[in-house]
Design a protein around this ligand. Structure first.
Ligand code: TPP
Ligand code: MG
Length: 305
């Protein structure tokens, strides 16, 4: 991957901020929906849809497209916003979130909207699905189920790469670890899991509800390459993706440390914002804050020129 140009980084940061504003507008318009996770993954979503992924919004079924599996389906407001801003469908459709007959339901449906690779919502199944897709990419290319570990020289990479965004909370479910074992067994180096390590889940902090630590050691012991990054540092995240591309022996997990509710001061690190209706004025305050940070980004960028 090319070195990130200053102007590209500025564009990605502005896009992430816009996605956050979209999320607030969508969820407040709908009167319900998930907030903290979608806000904190916005930097990664911007980096994925506007820099990392090989895709064509005008040709969503392109066979060689990279696949992004959103395992934590409740994060879909930010996925819908990223897809709309990337050009998969008109931005006005975002206003229909969670309304009757809308293509944008509270959890994503793969046949409803272009750009959605899997139906999700029931947590804990995306890594297994992504591993299956990554294996299919390998089989399409190599025409055999033989994995590199069993002595074949052929690369386990296929024509496309598979990325899976998974939440930390869903690592408390067994199927997640079955997928992790399977991907390691098959040497699926074309698979990259990105974990949103925001430390919260519906009822509280993950380490109180069901501890996940030592999280990276668990992945390592299951045979994965592990990279830990600040999930709000776009250059660091893109560097981690480049590192994953350079690993040929095993799948990679990027543990992205994020701040739940990132970008809106009164939501940050507060697990109750996992999902709750806005009170009077809260959405306006959030949007005002996001606009102010966007203005600061522009001024800082202009001062650099
Ligand atoms: C199999 C399954 N069990 C329970 C739920 C209900 N649920 C929705 S979100 C959520 C919290 C899971 O933690 P995480 O994904 O880390 O949430 P966040 O970081 O967004 O707070 C739960 C339990 C679900 N969607 N699927
Ligand atoms: Mg979480």
């Amino acid at each position: 991957m090319d070195l990130l140009h200053e102007k590209t980084l500025h564009f990605l940061e502005l896009t992430a901020n816009r996605l956050r504003e979209d999320v607030i507008r969508m969820v407040s318009g709908a009167g319900s929906g998930h907030i903290a996770g979608p806000l904190d993954i916005a930097d990664i979503m911007a980096a994925m849809y506007f820099y990392v992924l090989r895709h064509d919004p005008k040709n969503p079924h392109l066979p060689e497209r990279d696949r992004l599996v959103l395992s934590c389906g409740h994060y879909c407001p930010v996925l819908y916003a990223a897809l709309a801003r990337a050009g998969y469908f008109h931005i006005d459709e975002l206003k229909t979130l969670r309304t009757l007959d809308s293509r944008l339901q509270g959890h994503p449906h793969r046949n409803a909207l272009p750009g959605i690779e899997t139906t999700s919502g029931p947590l804990g199944s995306g890594i297994s699905q992504a591993a299956g897709i990554a294996l299919a990419a390998h089989l399409d290319r190599n025409g055999s189920t033989t994995s590199a570990r069993s002595g074949q020289a052929s690369s386990p990479r296929g024509k496309y790469r598979v990325y899976c965004i998974a939440s930390d909370g869903e690592h408390q479910e067994g199927n997640t670890w079955e997928g992790i074992m399977f991907a390691a067994k098959q040497n699926l180096s074309n698979l990259t899991v990105i974990v949103d390590r925001n430390n919260i889940q519906i009822d509280g902090f993950t380490e109180r509800v069901m501890p996940l630590e030592p999280f990276s050691a668990k992945y390592e012991s299951f045979g994965w390459h592990v990279v830990e990054v600040d999930g709000h540092n776009i250059p660091a995240f893109i560097g981690a993706i480049a590192e994953a591309h350079a690993i040929f022996e095993k799948p990679t997990v990027i543990i992205a440390h994020t701040i739940a509710g990132k970008g809106v001061s009164f939501m940050e690190r507060d697990y109750t914002w996992h999902s709750k209706p806005f009170k009077e004025g809260e959405a306006d305050t959030a949007i005002k804050e996001l606009k102010e940070s966007r203005e600061r980004m522009v001024v800082n960028h202009e001062n650099k020129d």
